[in-house]
Write a protein that binds this ligand. Structure first.
Ligand SMILES: *Cc1c(COP(=O)(O)O)cnc(C)c1O
Length: 355
Protein backbone atom coordinates (compact mmCIF):
# COMPACT_ATOMS: atom_id res chain seq x y z
CA UNK A 1 0.00 0.00 0.00
CA UNK A 2 1.24 3.46 -0.87
CA UNK A 3 0.65 5.46 2.30
CA UNK A 4 0.74 8.73 0.36
CA UNK A 5 -2.50 7.73 -1.37
CA UNK A 6 -4.30 9.31 1.58
CA UNK A 7 -2.91 12.72 0.53
CA UNK A 8 -5.13 14.99 -1.56
CA UNK A 9 -4.09 14.65 -5.23
CA UNK A 10 -3.66 18.41 -5.64
CA UNK A 11 -1.20 18.40 -2.73
CA UNK A 12 0.67 15.41 -4.17
CA UNK A 13 0.99 17.28 -7.46
CA UNK A 14 2.63 20.28 -5.75
CA UNK A 15 6.26 20.96 -5.01
CA UNK A 16 7.25 22.27 -1.56
CA UNK A 17 8.01 26.01 -1.45
CA UNK A 18 11.62 26.20 -2.67
CA UNK A 19 14.12 27.74 -0.26
CA UNK A 20 17.54 27.41 -1.91
CA UNK A 21 20.60 26.94 0.26
CA UNK A 22 22.34 30.29 0.53
CA UNK A 23 25.44 29.44 2.49
CA UNK A 24 28.38 31.53 1.32
CA UNK A 25 26.21 33.59 -1.03
CA UNK A 26 25.37 37.27 -1.07
CA UNK A 27 21.71 36.69 -0.33
CA UNK A 28 19.49 38.93 -2.44
CA UNK A 29 16.62 36.56 -3.16
CA UNK A 30 14.12 37.01 -0.33
CA UNK A 31 13.76 40.74 0.48
CA UNK A 32 15.50 40.47 3.81
CA UNK A 33 17.00 43.55 5.43
CA UNK A 34 20.81 43.12 5.28
CA UNK A 35 21.49 45.07 8.46
CA UNK A 36 21.59 43.89 12.06
CA UNK A 37 21.82 45.76 15.35
CA UNK A 38 24.79 47.44 17.01
CA UNK A 39 26.59 45.45 19.73
CA UNK A 40 24.98 47.65 22.41
CA UNK A 41 21.48 46.94 21.17
CA UNK A 42 22.21 43.23 20.83
CA UNK A 43 23.40 43.15 24.46
CA UNK A 44 20.21 44.89 25.57
CA UNK A 45 18.05 42.57 23.51
CA UNK A 46 19.79 39.55 25.05
CA UNK A 47 18.79 40.80 28.49
CA UNK A 48 15.19 41.21 27.42
CA UNK A 49 15.17 37.72 25.92
CA UNK A 50 16.65 36.24 29.09
CA UNK A 51 13.63 37.58 30.97
CA UNK A 52 10.99 36.30 28.56
CA UNK A 53 8.56 34.00 30.42
CA UNK A 54 9.36 30.86 28.46
CA UNK A 55 7.42 28.61 30.82
CA UNK A 56 4.18 30.44 30.04
CA UNK A 57 1.97 30.34 26.99
CA UNK A 58 2.06 33.64 25.16
CA UNK A 59 -0.68 36.20 25.72
CA UNK A 60 -3.00 36.55 22.66
CA UNK A 61 -2.49 40.32 22.71
CA UNK A 62 1.26 39.83 22.65
CA UNK A 63 1.87 41.29 26.11
CA UNK A 64 1.19 44.81 24.87
CA UNK A 65 2.58 44.27 21.37
CA UNK A 66 -0.73 45.27 19.77
CA UNK A 67 -0.67 48.60 21.62
CA UNK A 68 2.94 49.15 20.63
CA UNK A 69 2.15 48.42 16.97
CA UNK A 70 -0.80 50.80 17.06
CA UNK A 71 1.36 53.56 18.41
CA UNK A 72 4.39 52.89 16.19
CA UNK A 73 2.46 52.59 12.92
CA UNK A 74 -0.50 54.93 13.45
CA UNK A 75 -3.12 52.20 13.39
CA UNK A 76 -6.45 54.02 13.83
CA UNK A 77 -8.18 53.70 17.21
CA UNK A 78 -11.32 52.24 15.63
CA UNK A 79 -9.38 49.40 13.99
CA UNK A 80 -8.79 46.11 15.76
CA UNK A 81 -5.55 44.17 15.36
CA UNK A 82 -4.81 40.47 14.82
CA UNK A 83 -1.28 39.10 15.24
CA UNK A 84 0.11 36.42 12.94
CA UNK A 85 3.14 34.17 12.81
CA UNK A 86 4.29 36.21 9.83
CA UNK A 87 1.64 37.78 7.63
CA UNK A 88 1.70 34.45 5.78
CA UNK A 89 -0.25 32.97 8.66
CA UNK A 90 -2.81 35.76 8.43
CA UNK A 91 -3.34 34.95 4.75
CA UNK A 92 -3.95 31.33 5.78
CA UNK A 93 -6.36 32.38 8.54
CA UNK A 94 -8.36 34.64 6.22
CA UNK A 95 -8.63 31.85 3.67
CA UNK A 96 -9.76 29.30 6.26
CA UNK A 97 -12.35 31.70 7.62
CA UNK A 98 -14.00 32.36 4.25
CA UNK A 99 -13.68 28.83 2.76
CA UNK A 100 -17.33 28.12 2.06
CA UNK A 101 -17.83 25.45 -0.64
CA UNK A 102 -18.68 28.03 -3.31
CA UNK A 103 -16.30 30.80 -2.20
CA UNK A 104 -13.99 32.52 -4.68
CA UNK A 105 -10.80 34.43 -3.96
CA UNK A 106 -9.45 36.88 -6.49
CA UNK A 107 -6.08 38.49 -6.98
CA UNK A 108 -4.04 40.02 -9.75
CA UNK A 109 -1.22 38.15 -11.49
CA UNK A 110 1.67 38.00 -11.08
CA UNK A 111 1.48 38.68 -7.37
CA UNK A 112 2.37 37.05 -4.08
CA UNK A 113 2.14 33.28 -4.61
CA UNK A 114 0.77 32.50 -1.15
CA UNK A 115 -2.69 33.85 -2.07
CA UNK A 116 -3.13 31.14 -4.67
CA UNK A 117 -1.41 28.42 -2.64
CA UNK A 118 -3.59 29.08 0.41
CA UNK A 119 -6.70 29.05 -1.76
CA UNK A 120 -5.71 25.58 -2.92
CA UNK A 121 -5.06 24.41 0.64
CA UNK A 122 -8.50 25.62 1.72
CA UNK A 123 -10.21 24.35 -1.44
CA UNK A 124 -11.32 27.83 -2.43
CA UNK A 125 -11.55 28.61 -6.13
CA UNK A 126 -8.86 31.11 -7.12
CA UNK A 127 -9.21 33.65 -9.93
CA UNK A 128 -6.17 35.62 -11.12
CA UNK A 129 -6.58 38.75 -13.26
CA UNK A 130 -3.46 39.51 -15.33
CA UNK A 131 -1.74 42.85 -14.81
CA UNK A 132 -0.79 45.05 -17.76
CA UNK A 133 2.58 44.48 -19.44
CA UNK A 134 4.17 47.24 -17.34
CA UNK A 135 2.78 45.57 -14.19
CA UNK A 136 0.18 48.26 -13.62
CA UNK A 137 -3.30 47.21 -12.57
CA UNK A 138 -5.81 46.46 -15.32
CA UNK A 139 -8.66 48.16 -13.51
CA UNK A 140 -11.30 47.47 -16.13
CA UNK A 141 -10.61 43.73 -16.22
CA UNK A 142 -10.26 43.55 -12.44
CA UNK A 143 -13.59 45.26 -11.84
CA UNK A 144 -15.26 43.07 -14.48
CA UNK A 145 -13.88 39.94 -12.79
CA UNK A 146 -15.06 41.13 -9.39
CA UNK A 147 -18.54 41.69 -10.79
CA UNK A 148 -18.63 38.28 -12.47
CA UNK A 149 -16.98 36.17 -9.76
CA UNK A 150 -18.30 37.92 -6.61
CA UNK A 151 -15.16 36.99 -4.65
CA UNK A 152 -15.28 36.59 -0.86
CA UNK A 153 -11.80 38.13 -0.73
CA UNK A 154 -9.67 40.19 -3.07
CA UNK A 155 -5.94 40.26 -2.27
CA UNK A 156 -3.96 43.30 -3.40
CA UNK A 157 -0.26 43.52 -2.56
CA UNK A 158 0.52 47.24 -2.23
CA UNK A 159 3.31 47.58 -3.46
CA UNK A 160 3.16 44.38 -5.46
CA UNK A 161 5.60 41.48 -5.19
CA UNK A 162 7.32 40.16 -7.36
CA UNK A 163 6.90 43.11 -9.72
CA UNK A 164 7.74 46.22 -7.65
CA UNK A 165 5.22 48.91 -8.59
CA UNK A 166 2.60 50.20 -6.21
CA UNK A 167 -0.82 50.35 -7.84
CA UNK A 168 -2.74 53.64 -8.06
CA UNK A 169 -4.49 54.43 -4.79
CA UNK A 170 -7.62 55.50 -6.70
CA UNK A 171 -7.77 52.13 -8.45
CA UNK A 172 -7.50 50.20 -5.19
CA UNK A 173 -10.21 52.40 -3.69
CA UNK A 174 -12.46 51.54 -6.64
CA UNK A 175 -11.79 47.85 -6.03
CA UNK A 176 -12.68 48.24 -2.34
CA UNK A 177 -15.89 50.02 -3.35
CA UNK A 178 -16.86 47.42 -5.93
CA UNK A 179 -15.93 44.29 -3.96
CA UNK A 180 -18.85 42.37 -2.45
CA UNK A 181 -16.52 40.86 0.18
CA UNK A 182 -13.23 41.60 1.91
CA UNK A 183 -10.35 43.41 0.28
CA UNK A 184 -7.02 42.57 1.86
CA UNK A 185 -4.42 45.23 1.14
CA UNK A 186 -1.11 43.50 1.83
CA UNK A 187 1.44 46.15 2.77
CA UNK A 188 4.49 43.93 3.36
CA UNK A 189 6.68 46.63 1.73
CA UNK A 190 5.12 49.66 3.38
CA UNK A 191 8.43 50.81 4.89
CA UNK A 192 9.73 51.46 1.36
CA UNK A 193 6.54 52.86 -0.16
CA UNK A 194 4.96 56.29 -0.51
CA UNK A 195 1.39 55.37 0.39
CA UNK A 196 -0.68 53.16 2.69
CA UNK A 197 -4.29 52.23 3.38
CA UNK A 198 -3.76 52.00 7.12
CA UNK A 199 -5.56 55.32 7.60
CA UNK A 200 -8.77 53.63 6.41
CA UNK A 201 -8.46 50.46 8.51
CA UNK A 202 -11.41 50.30 10.87
CA UNK A 203 -13.40 52.82 8.82
CA UNK A 204 -14.14 50.78 5.70
CA UNK A 205 -16.02 47.64 6.78
CA UNK A 206 -14.54 45.39 4.08
CA UNK A 207 -10.88 46.47 4.35
CA UNK A 208 -8.15 44.51 6.12
CA UNK A 209 -4.61 45.89 5.97
CA UNK A 210 -1.80 43.35 6.42
CA UNK A 211 1.69 44.30 7.51
CA UNK A 212 4.81 42.43 8.60
CA UNK A 213 8.10 43.09 10.35
CA UNK A 214 9.84 40.68 7.95
CA UNK A 215 11.02 43.17 5.34
CA UNK A 216 12.36 45.73 7.82
CA UNK A 217 14.85 43.49 9.57
CA UNK A 218 12.92 40.77 11.37
CA UNK A 219 12.15 38.02 8.89
CA UNK A 220 13.50 35.57 11.45
CA UNK A 221 10.97 36.32 14.18
CA UNK A 222 7.82 35.80 12.08
CA UNK A 223 5.64 38.68 13.22
CA UNK A 224 2.83 39.98 11.04
CA UNK A 225 -0.31 41.89 11.86
CA UNK A 226 -3.64 42.74 10.34
CA UNK A 227 -5.88 45.72 11.04
CA UNK A 228 -9.55 46.09 10.21
CA UNK A 229 -12.93 46.77 11.68
CA UNK A 230 -13.75 44.90 14.93
CA UNK A 231 -16.52 42.78 13.34
CA UNK A 232 -14.21 41.07 10.88
CA UNK A 233 -11.09 40.91 13.06
CA UNK A 234 -13.02 39.16 15.85
CA UNK A 235 -14.17 36.48 13.36
CA UNK A 236 -10.62 35.97 12.08
CA UNK A 237 -9.42 35.71 15.66
CA UNK A 238 -11.56 32.58 16.10
CA UNK A 239 -9.53 30.81 13.41
CA UNK A 240 -6.17 31.96 14.77
CA UNK A 241 -4.40 29.21 16.73
CA UNK A 242 -4.61 30.46 20.34
CA UNK A 243 -0.85 30.49 20.94
CA UNK A 244 0.38 31.34 17.45
CA UNK A 245 2.84 34.00 18.63
CA UNK A 246 5.75 32.88 20.74
CA UNK A 247 7.34 34.61 23.73
CA UNK A 248 10.71 35.10 22.00
CA UNK A 249 9.19 36.73 18.92
CA UNK A 250 6.96 38.95 21.02
CA UNK A 251 9.96 40.08 23.06
CA UNK A 252 12.03 40.87 19.97
CA UNK A 253 9.11 42.65 18.28
CA UNK A 254 8.49 44.89 21.27
CA UNK A 255 12.19 45.64 21.45
CA UNK A 256 12.30 46.42 17.72
CA UNK A 257 9.42 48.86 18.04
CA UNK A 258 11.08 50.58 20.95
CA UNK A 259 14.10 51.17 18.70
CA UNK A 260 12.02 51.77 15.59
CA UNK A 261 14.26 54.65 14.56
CA UNK A 262 17.04 52.12 14.00
CA UNK A 263 15.15 50.13 11.37
CA UNK A 264 13.65 53.26 9.85
CA UNK A 265 17.17 54.53 9.21
CA UNK A 266 18.02 51.18 7.63
CA UNK A 267 14.95 51.41 5.40
CA UNK A 268 16.04 54.87 4.33
CA UNK A 269 19.51 53.56 3.41
CA UNK A 270 17.90 50.76 1.41
CA UNK A 271 15.71 53.22 -0.49
CA UNK A 272 18.75 55.39 -1.30
CA UNK A 273 20.51 52.29 -2.58
CA UNK A 274 17.46 51.32 -4.61
CA UNK A 275 17.66 54.66 -6.41
CA UNK A 276 21.43 54.34 -6.93
CA UNK A 277 20.90 50.88 -8.45
CA UNK A 278 18.10 52.19 -10.62
CA UNK A 279 20.29 54.94 -12.02
CA UNK A 280 23.12 52.49 -12.71
CA UNK A 281 20.83 49.94 -14.39
CA UNK A 282 19.15 52.55 -16.57
CA UNK A 283 22.41 52.90 -18.48
CA UNK A 284 21.90 49.48 -20.08
CA UNK A 285 19.83 49.23 -23.25
CA UNK A 286 19.51 45.50 -22.60
CA UNK A 287 17.70 46.03 -19.29
CA UNK A 288 14.03 46.88 -18.86
CA UNK A 289 13.68 48.30 -15.40
CA UNK A 290 10.32 48.33 -13.63
CA UNK A 291 9.20 50.88 -11.06
CA UNK A 292 9.62 49.80 -7.44
CA UNK A 293 8.32 51.04 -4.13
CA UNK A 294 9.71 47.98 -2.38
CA UNK A 295 13.17 46.83 -1.25
CA UNK A 296 13.78 45.00 -4.51
CA UNK A 297 14.11 45.74 -8.20
CA UNK A 298 12.58 43.62 -10.93
CA UNK A 299 14.23 43.75 -14.34
CA UNK A 300 13.79 42.10 -17.72
CA UNK A 301 16.87 41.11 -19.68
CA UNK A 302 17.36 39.24 -23.00
CA UNK A 303 18.37 36.01 -21.21
CA UNK A 304 17.38 35.90 -17.54
CA UNK A 305 18.52 32.32 -16.80
CA UNK A 306 21.99 33.17 -18.13
CA UNK A 307 22.30 36.29 -15.99
CA UNK A 308 20.97 34.36 -13.00
CA UNK A 309 23.71 31.75 -13.52
CA UNK A 310 26.38 34.44 -13.96
CA UNK A 311 25.35 36.01 -10.65
CA UNK A 312 25.29 32.61 -9.00
CA UNK A 313 28.76 31.79 -10.29
CA UNK A 314 29.84 34.97 -8.53
CA UNK A 315 28.17 33.79 -5.32
CA UNK A 316 25.18 36.13 -5.61
CA UNK A 317 21.72 34.67 -5.11
CA UNK A 318 18.76 36.50 -6.67
CA UNK A 319 15.30 35.32 -7.71
CA UNK A 320 14.76 34.02 -11.22
CA UNK A 321 11.18 34.89 -12.14
CA UNK A 322 11.37 33.50 -15.69
CA UNK A 323 8.86 30.67 -15.99
CA UNK A 324 6.78 31.71 -12.99
CA UNK A 325 4.17 33.59 -15.09
CA UNK A 326 4.03 34.58 -18.78
CA UNK A 327 4.22 38.28 -17.85
CA UNK A 328 7.52 37.57 -16.04
CA UNK A 329 9.30 36.25 -19.11
CA UNK A 330 13.05 36.75 -18.68
CA UNK A 331 12.59 38.68 -15.45
CA UNK A 332 14.84 38.64 -12.40
CA UNK A 333 14.18 40.13 -8.99
CA UNK A 334 16.94 41.22 -6.72
CA UNK A 335 16.64 42.45 -3.20
CA UNK A 336 18.40 45.73 -2.45
CA UNK A 337 21.21 44.89 -0.03
CA UNK A 338 24.15 46.72 1.47
CA UNK A 339 26.04 49.10 -0.88
CA UNK A 340 28.91 46.61 -1.37
CA UNK A 341 26.46 43.78 -2.11
CA UNK A 342 24.63 45.89 -4.67
CA UNK A 343 27.95 46.90 -6.19
CA UNK A 344 28.81 43.22 -6.59
CA UNK A 345 25.58 42.80 -8.58
CA UNK A 346 26.38 45.81 -10.75
CA UNK A 347 29.89 44.49 -11.40
CA UNK A 348 28.58 41.14 -12.61
CA UNK A 349 25.96 42.85 -14.78
CA UNK A 350 28.60 45.08 -16.30
CA UNK A 351 30.82 42.09 -17.15
CA UNK A 352 27.85 40.12 -18.40
CA UNK A 353 26.74 42.69 -20.94
CA UNK A 354 30.22 43.78 -22.00
CA UNK A 355 31.63 40.35 -22.75
C1 LIG B 1 7.07 38.71 2.11
C2 LIG B 1 5.63 38.92 1.89
C3 LIG B 1 4.67 38.48 2.81
C4 LIG B 1 4.98 37.53 3.93
O1 LIG B 1 5.61 38.05 4.95
P1 LIG B 1 5.81 37.27 6.31
O2 LIG B 1 5.29 38.22 7.30
O3 LIG B 1 7.27 37.04 6.38
O4 LIG B 1 5.02 35.99 6.30
C5 LIG B 1 3.35 38.81 2.59
N1 LIG B 1 2.97 39.48 1.50
C6 LIG B 1 3.85 39.88 0.57
C7 LIG B 1 3.37 40.62 -0.62
C8 LIG B 1 5.20 39.59 0.73
O5 LIG B 1 6.06 39.94 -0.23
Amino acid sequence: MDITNIIRPEIKAMKAYPVPSSEGYIKLDAMENPYTYSDELIAELSKALAQAPLNRYPDPNGHGLKDDLREAFDIPQNAHIILGNGSDELITIIMQAIAKPDAVVLSVEPSFVMYKINALFSKVRYVGVPLNEDFSLNLENTLAAIKKEQPSVVFIAYPNNPTGPRFEREDVLKIIEAAPGLVVVDEAYQAFASDSFMDLAGSLPNLVVLRTLSKVGFAGIRVGYGAGCPEIISELDKVRPPYNMNQLSITVAKFALHYKQSFEEQAKKIMDERERMRTALKAYDQITLFASEANFLTVRVPNAPALFEALKNNMILVKLLHGVHPLLDHCLRFTVGKPEENQAVLDVISQFFES
